[in-house]
Design a protein around this ligand. Sequence first.
Ligand code: ADP
Ligand code: MG
Length: 709
Amino acid sequence: MPVESNARPGLGEPVESLPGIGPKRAELLAALGIRTVFDLLFYFPRDYQDRRAITPISELREGETATIQAEFVKARSIRLRGRNSLAEATLRDGSGEIKATWFGRGFLAKTFTPGTRGLFTGPVGKYGGPALKNPDYELLSGDEEDRLHTGRIVPIYRLTEGVSQRMLRRWVHTALERAFSESRGIATTGENSPPDSPAAEETPLDETLPAALRLRYGYPEINGAIRCAHFPEEVERAYQARDRFAYEELLGMQLGVLRARAARYHEATGLRHVTGGPVLKTFRKSLPFRLTSAQELAVSDVMSDLASARPMMRMLQGDVGCGKTIVALHAVAACGDSGYQTALMAPTEILAEQHYLGLREILLPLGIEVELLTAATTNAAARKRVHTGSCAVVVGTHALFQEKTEFHKLGLVIIDEQHRFGVLQRSALVEKGANPDVLHMTATPIPRTLAITLYGGMDITVIDELPPGRLPVITRWIPPAKQEGLYQYLCQQAERGLQTYFVCPLIEESDSRELTALTAHYAALSAGPLASLRTAMLHGRLPNEEKAQIMHRFKTGEIDVLFSTSVIEVGMDVPSATTMVIEDAAQFGLTQLHQLRGRVGRGTEQSYCFLLEKPKTPEGKRRIEILCNTCNGFEIAEEDLKLRGPGEFQGIRQAGLSDLRVADLLRDVRLLDHARRDAEEILRKDPDLSGNEYGTLARHARTFAALNP
Ligand code: ADP
Ligand code: MG
């Protein structure tokens, strides 16, 4: 988030206005997002190092970690076996000498000029005698400036090539000096300043966090906080300062999200649907199973949304196979009772087709016509039926929001696997109705921290329960030596009428990637170990008719093993399919693997997921491990987030969350909770954020609101 400058003149100037920064360095800093003096002040350290205690070399003890201040006596690079090398240096201070070694970094030796002084922090190990092992080090210049880097707690920043800790520390320090000296004499009140706040004349930054909130959490006032965050007297205080800014950022974001939502609710008058009509009643009676209590709760959430004039904006979140579709069907039925059309949008043709077939089976007997609109099936006649309203339910893919598609009376929009659509695509469909109710569904559970941010503007319903009788899918990694056994197992399963999905990462062989190709594998296995079975192949490039036919044959049990690419990731719902085999499993992302696995375990038979091919990277290995250990989608999402970092998570960039400067969505769960609660409280009292104390927060809120339409 661009932190807007609330600073006095001078701080908004480019970094080049500081001594020692020319155009080249300014460019390097820009890569870190630092353009102005103000940015520099708000570039927070990622860590701190306590350099108050310097240990004389003569007092170093093996096994402890210490900081010494010493000069190089000599240094050399030593070649080791293989391509490795070692830098070895002798260091000296007034009390004695010690060796230091840097394994694998022989190239450093030539930068260690005898006589140069430096600070070295690291564990004391053995190398001949006692020696510092791979110490962090920083060279000193021997002048006044060294006082910035020694004998205190020093900040450690995230760096970029060409910018060292020392430089950044100096520049931040200069920026602080400029800020705090140039403002001298500007008198402001030190209301509620904690005792450690700077003198009243040193307040170059206007407070941006209301006093009541600072008091609530004991956060320092902004001017004290900014200095403390860089050059603290105690590390504790630095963290407190950092938390203050992280919290403030998250608060601005939550205010934005909540205000955008309030604005929408305020403006839009939606439809009041009938929720006790004959179609819904008949539908409920015809249900082939009892809903789980989580489903019942979800249905009642959805029904109260439909009945109210406020347009529904609900996210229905639940792991693969938890039964979201049936919940959505309640809404479809109610919408039918009210005489409105429903559009159900899915990201793939296969999924759309499955929904279409499923819905038709249930809705036709209730007298509700269903139409399918996909790139393949769409024609003028179908579009006309949608436009004239002769069908009440339209299932489709991206074709639904194209300009040519017009609805008669669109009253309900359901978006399945909503994360696969962009914000604009979703709203293009919604805008085809007059404030229709909207239900989003996703089987990619995301950690709560992200949910309240990403879906902050929606109401969230979580289905946290699977239909009864489901057994968790047992997941195993199968080493190459055991693959023959796996093929035998598939044959035995087929004899019992149980089916298998066999997923490969590619359709055809590729020169660039050594991966198992579907076509070749299908041919080889169908003619080899699986020759006695009925097999078929499915992928995105087949003509639609053929795809539909194959899926139909798999559903009706005419195919034992279906070879496929990841196109079956969503949409296949065949309870008698109990085995999922994934070739080159480490090629797939964690959530994708989880989705694929979700194709089995839909009936009451014990299902299995077998992952083939040894993972080649540590990350791939970790993914396989996680998958073998848990079937819980939320846990998997959490792990995925840790592996990939929030920036890679779908929707994060879009929502401007990767621009967070201080807050860390993984670490700051507690702060985010506080921010959410406080944002709600603030808006209850001051819905327009018109109070003076909210000036900066209100600006931040607007930035986020704009990113989350
Ligand atoms: P998802 O949430 O992944 O979209 P689906 O809606 O496709 O899950 O449901 C998965 C399967 O579970 C379907 O075959 C569906 O008919 C079945 N199902 C849903 N709810 C129940 C229930 N309460 N009891 C038994 N089976 C159910
Ligand atoms: Mg689904």
